[in-house]
Design a protein around this ligand. Structure first.
Ligand code: HAM
Length: 428
């Protein structure tokens, strides 16, 4: 029975009380995206498995251990998306979005799936707000993107978000770095976990983000990529910092920050939350990925914000949320004819953009009025035989108790608007 009464491990329900809060945060993010010229892209929740293996790198924790991969009924291997970047790149190429000219700026707000050990801020189904910019090589693009993320945090009301910054160079400077890492970890191979031993040859940089405590201890003293950057990557990183300085954005340089996905080049960053103790989001440049996926060489960059973590941080910091929307008017009815009339009147109000409700549960008048009070409606009306005969009904301001009378035939919406405007004016 538990299988049908409990959501799968690592997944959560968002109840109406929560979705009202989520929508507030999502509106702030969508507004930030609009201000920065981003348009929304919606891609499938599952893709060909090869897309993620190729995109994120097959020697990464996500691809090696965390993907929800299965064969469909035709025997094709498909994977529930563990992140948004690979799908966005595929969609950009497949739909020729570059034909409209660069930069292409896309955003998405999507559920992602990773088979992880669930804990605070770590779920198996989690939601990501992400943005991707294609065709922008300038360091100014990196700084603009970081400024946008920080401004989005502010817009949502978050105070304690930091910025950690690093450059992990390009494939040219990383060749020498990989050799240095290999030499270092080989000389301590007895302390490496099995997974990292297998990474030693194939992708030594991924040892740096292993969660095993022994590997982490070794990683702390490993050679730093910052000592191996080529002159071009050094100049790019210096200019990113100059742009951030010009924007008045403070940051912490963290030469140990490499991110857990293979596609990153040059600038990488994370946004740690001081109160939660983990990152709310992260991102960086991925100048080689579009070509890797079959497109022309195209510089690109982006970030992903963990919405579940952002909501935890908003709650923890006590950021106020707007009250859930209430119906403006509740129309109670006695008898079948009055009920049909109440239905028609609420429908007319809806068509004018006014939130209104009436009984659909067969309650008596007293219970309807109690329900109207519970919904928090500003005004209530009662319709019965008399009101139908007169073509008029009383309307009550639920807070002040003041009553008025309005027509319920042709003049209904006009009368309602006149009454409600008068009531609003009375407040001042
Ligand atoms: P990521 O750092 O793997 O990057 O994920 C982005 C954010 O998603 C994380 O900082 C975290 O807040 C949230 N997140 C990740 N895994 C979980 C989880 N299991 N439960 C809850 N939240 C989680 C990416 O995915 C890149 N695609 C970001 C990017 C976009 N880079 C360039 N463009």
């Amino acid at each position: 029975m538990e299988l049908i009464t409990k959501a799968p491990k690592g997944t959560i329900d968002l109840t109406p009380a929560q979705t009202a809060k989520w929508q507030q945060a999502e509106r702030a993010l969508a507004e930030e995206a609009r201000l920065n010229g981003f348009a929304e892209v919606r891609t499938p929740a599952f893709e060909h498995t090869e897309l993620f293996q190729r995109g994120m790198g097959d020697v990464t924790d996500v691809v090696e251990k965390q993907m929800y991969t299965f064969l469909d009924k035709a025997g094709r291997s498909v994977t529930l998306r563990p992140e948004g970047t690979a799908g966005a790149v595929r969609a950009m190429l497949e739909n020729g979005l570059y034909n409209g000219g660069y930069p292409v700026k896309l955003y998405y707000n999507i559920p992602c799936y990773r088979y992880e050990k669930p804990q605070a801020g770590r779920l198996r189904e989690f939601r990501t707000f992400g943005v991707e910019v294609f065709g922008a090589a300038e360091p100014a693009a990196d700084a603009q993107l970081i400024a946008m993320a920080l401004s989005a945090f502010q817009r949502m009301g978050l105070q304690d978000v930091g910025l950690q910054l690093n450059s992990i160079g390009c494939p040219a400077c990383r060749k020498e770095y990989h050799q240095a890492l290999k030499a270092y970890f080989s000389s301590h191979s007895e302390s490496l976990c099995q997974t990292c031993l297998s990474r030693l040859e194939r992708n030594p940089m991924r040892i740096l983000d292993c969660k095993n405590p022994d590997c982490q201890k070794l990683a702390a003293d490993a050679p730093k990529i910052s000592d191996y950057l080529c002159p071009d990557c050094q100049a790019h990183f210096a200019q990113v910092q100059a742009c951030l300085d010009a924007l008045g954005i403070s940051y912490q340089l963290d030469s140990g920050l490499v991110r857990g996905l293979d596609y990153y080049t040059r600038t990488v960053f994370e946004f740690p939350s001081e109160s939660l103790g983990f990152a709310l989001g992260g991102g960086g440049r991925y100048d080689g990925l579009v070509e890797e996926m079959g497109g022309s060489p195209t510089p690109a960059l982006g970030f992903g914000l963990g919405m579940d973590r952002i909501m935890l941080a908003l709650e923890k910091q006590g950021v106020p949320f707007a009250q859930p929307e209430k119906p403006e008017v509740y129309i109670a009815a006695m008898g079948g004819q009055a009920q049909a009339k109440a239905l028609a009147l609420t429908d007319r109000l809806h068509k004018c953009g006014i939130a209104a409700d009436c009984d659909i549960c067969g309650r008596g008048l007293k219970a309807q009025m109690k329900y109207a009070g519970k919904t928090g409606a500003k005004y209530s009306m009662v319709l019965g035989e008399d009101e139908l005969a007169k073509g008029k009904a009383s309307i009550k301001n639920m807070a002040s108790g003041e009553t008025g009378e309005i027509g319920i035939e042709d003049s209904f919406v006009d009368d309602y608007l006149t009454y409600s405007t008068q009531q609003d004016d009375l407040k001042f």
